[in-house]
Structures are given as structure tokens and as C-alpha cells.
Design a protein around this ligand. Structure first.
Ligand SMILES: *Cc1c(COP(=O)(O)O)cnc(C)c1O
Length: 401
């Protein structure tokens, strides 16, 4: 654990200062340790380190000082006892499952999950006899009804992508614990700068560091934060099975965390301004953003979150002979600043048509249940000037009126 008093600091200070154990070189910036292994002063020391009788580094698949720096910083920021970094967000989820579940166990998960998470649960965990039941994210009664004596894990993303649905984390944690299950929250969309699931009762927080923790689209990585007990199991999985984070990527994420607090506030400000402007545009039939008073869970989001994030959905209707899908595509194709890509969590604004990309492999019925209409467009709002973003969308939207 950390040797500083970073637990007492505010988030902005933790993000900049926590976890750096300065070496004898007295470096000011966090060093990168690009080494696969570590050496010992004697055969006896090597024996003690290998047996685990003496703490210290052995091999970078187990521990690495730069990776540890990132883990300690994120653990403190999320308010967890310990963090284990992984090679990607997906391997963070896989490692959690390998650590905590076995054949015959069940997961209850929200229906609005990152696509690869659903594939991981159904296609791969399913092969090993782990069953996942899906429920409507905000429907607490449905969560409880889906729990069986075999349920070991509840898993949710909140707010959801791309419709910004929200679940009451404290209420869901209470349900999980009443049934002896753990609650894992994928906190990718808000980060600890805007939401602290552990303080609300969640047991595990999962991150794709690829998104806002980096914030500039440079590297793939992930992390799990929680209590020592579960994280020791997770550490065992990562150390043995090998989805460890590279020290270079850990360093990039450390630099990303230093500006996280500022960036998330700026992302939210831009997203809110864009959402309000879109809501007033005559070509837009609906805007999905939990920061708007028109969002059905605005009150819950305001209580649970310190901000509303920067992913929003807007819907356009069929217009002047164009189907809803063609209308949406024309708005996307008219942009010149935004990037047409499925990624998010970047200073660069991205725009996509979920119905034919991220949710394209679902059946029409599954898409309808998930609320992904043909006219839906997702914007992950970046940090460009807000007037340039409005003008970029106005080009296509004005043509639909
Ligand atoms: C991107 C993403 C993941 C997967 O993370 P990778 O780093 O791409 O493996 C998981 N959950 C959410 C919510 C994501 O957006």
C-alpha cells in the first residue's frame, strides 16, 4: 500500500501526486522501468523473494514499479484498498471473472453493456459453464428477480452507452449484498473524477484505462480496484495468466491521470452545452444526456454523480424523403471536425451511428429493446471549441429541416 498520506488528499492532488516512491536518483517525474526482471544481491535474497518471504520485484509479469505507481494512484482515487492493472479493459473484466467465479456460477448484468463484454460473458465464460442473465439497467426489481442462489456477481455500466441510462449504485449494492453477491461497476464513462462507486457500496470498480484515464487515445490498458481480499485473487490471475500492463503504458496513464480532473470537468461542460443546443435544434427529435432535466433519471444522476460525462445520444427523424438512418448518416458525413470512429474518452470528439456499428450485430429486436433507433447518433464530446462542434453538427442538421 501507499506510504504517503494520499488518502487524505483531494482527488486533484491524488491524481498528480499519489503513488510515486521516489528512487535514490531524486527524480521529479515518475520514472519508467522498462525491465522484464529484477536482480538480487545474493542467492539467499533471490530464494526469499521467490518464496514471497521478502517483498520486492521478481518479474514484470508480477510487479513493476511504474505499473505499481499507476495502481496505487488509481486505488487511492477510487477509494479502494488495492488496484491491479491489466493489459486492456477487456482483460480487466476477464481477470475479474477468472478470479471470482467458477463453473456453475451466474452473473446478472445490465443489458446495456459494452459489446465485447457481452461476448466475453456469453461466448467465452459460457463455454466454462458460467451463465449470464441480462436485465434493464435501471430496473432494480428486475435485477433482484434475476438473482438465483448461483449468482455471484452483479455487473453494470452506469451511465450507459449511448443512452445515458443510470442505475442507483447504492440500491444495487444493497441487493447484491443481501444475496451474498459482489457488485462490479465499470466506471469507464465517468472515472473517479465524477463517480466513486466504492463509496456508494460497490465491491469492485473496473476500468478501460484506454478511455478517459489516458484521455488522448494513445494506449490500451485496464484496471480493477477493490478490497485486498478480492484483489489478491485478481493479482494471482494476472501474475499467472499474464494479462499484465506494460510499464510504458502505465507511464502514459500516470500522465493522463494528472489532468483527469480538469479534463473531465471540461468534457462535461462541452457536453452539456452541446446537449442543450441540440435539444433546441428543430431537426433533433430527442437528446439522451443525464445532465438534461428532460432525462428520466436526471435527479438520480445529479445525486450519484459529480458530473454527467461526455457521451450523448441524439435522434433525428426521417426527413425530406430520407429514412431515419439516411438522415443520421448524412449528419455524420457532413462533419469535418469530429472523427467518425467508435472510440471515446479522447480530447478529440468522435461520432458514430450505433445501429450500424457498435450495435450492428444485434438483431432488430435486440436493438429495439436496447433503445437503439435507426436515427440515433452517438457523440463522445471532446475538448475542441464548443462553437466549432456546434457548427460541425449544424451543417448536417440544418439540411434536414
Ligand atoms: C472500451 C470499453 C471496454 C473495453 O476496454 P478495452 O481497453 O478496449 O479493452 C470496457 N468497458 C467499457 C465501458 C468500454 O467503453
Amino acid at each position: 500500500m501507499t506510504t504517503d498520506n494520499s488518502h487524505d488528499w483531494a482527488l486533484a492532488t491524488q491524481a498528480i501526486r499519489a503513488g510515486h516512491a521516489r528512487t535514490h536518483e531524486q527524480e521529479h517525474g515518475e520514472p519508467i522501468f522498462p525491465t522484464s526482471s529484477f536482480v538480487y544481491a545474493s542467492a539467499a535474497e533471490a530464494a526469499r523473494k521467490f518464496k514471497g518471504e521478502e517483498p520486492g520485484n521478481v518479474y514484470s509479469r508480477f510487479t513493476n514499479p511504474t505499473v505499481r505507481n499507476f495502481e496505487q494512484r488509481l486505488a487511492v482515487m477510487e477509494g479502494g484498498e488495492r488496484c491491479v492493472a491489466t493489459s486492456s479493459g477487456m482483460s480487466a473484466i476477464l481477470s475479474t471473472a477468472l478470479a471470482l467465479l467458477q463453473a456453475g456460477d451466474e452473473i446478472v448484468a445490465s443489458r446495456s453493456l459494452f459489446g465485447s463484454t457481452v461476448s466475453l460473458f456469453d461466448k467465452y465464460l459460457g463455454k466454462f459453464g458460467i451463465v449470464t442473465r441480462y436485465v434493464e439497467l435501471s430496473d432494480l426489481e428486475a435485477w433482484e428477480a434475476a438473482i438465483t442462489p448461483a449468482t455471484k456477481l452483479l455487473f453494470a455500466e452506469t451511465p450507459s452507452n449511448p443512452l445515458s441510462e443510470v442505475v442507483d449504485i447504492a440500491a444495487l449494492a444493497e441487493i447484491a449484498h443481501r444475496h451474498d453477491a459482489l457488485l462490479a461497476i465499470d466506471n469507464c464513462f465517468l472515472t473517479p473524477a465524477l463517480q466513486k462507486p466504492i463509496e456508494l457500496g460497490a465491491d469492485l470498480v473496473i476500468h478501460s484505462a484506454t478511455k478517459y484515464l489516458d484521455g488522448q487515445g494513445r494506449a490500451i490498458g485496464g484496471a480493477v480496484v477493490g478490497r485486498d481480499k478480492e484483489l489478491e485473487e485478481l493479482f494471482g490471475v494476472v501474475r499467472t495468466c499474464g494479462p499484465c500492463m506494460s510499464p510504458f503504458n502505465a507511464w502514459i496513464f500516470l500522465k493522463g491521470l494528472e489532468t483527469l480532473n480538469l479534463r473531465m470537468r471540461a468534457h462535461c461542460e462541452n457536453a452539456m452545452a452541446l446537449a442543450r443546443w441540440l435539444e433546441a435544434h428543430p431537426a433533433v427529435s430527442r437528446v439522451h444526456y443525464s445532465g438534461l432535466e428532460s432525462h428520466p433519471q436526471h435527479v438520480l444522476a445529479s445525486r450519484q454523480q459529480q458530473g454527467y460525462g461526455a457521451v450523448l445520444g441524439l435522434e433525428v427523424a426521417p426527413s425530406s424523403g430520407k429514412s431515419a438512418r439516411d438522415a443520421a448518416w448524412s449528419v455524420i458525413d457532413a462533419t469535418q471536425v469530429m472523427s467518425i470512429t467508435g472510440n471515446l474518452g479522447d480530447v478529440k470528439t468522435t461520432i458514430t451511428h450505433p445501429g450500424t456499428t457498435t450495435h450492428g450485430r444485434l438483431s432488430d429486436e435486440q436493438r429495439a429493446t436496447a433503445g437503439i433507433s435507426e436515427g440515433l447518433i452517438r457523440v463522445a464530446v471532446g475538448l475542441e471549441d464548443i462553437d466549432d462542434l456546434k457548427a460541425d453538427l449544424a451543417r448536417g442538421l440544418d439540411a434536414l429541416v
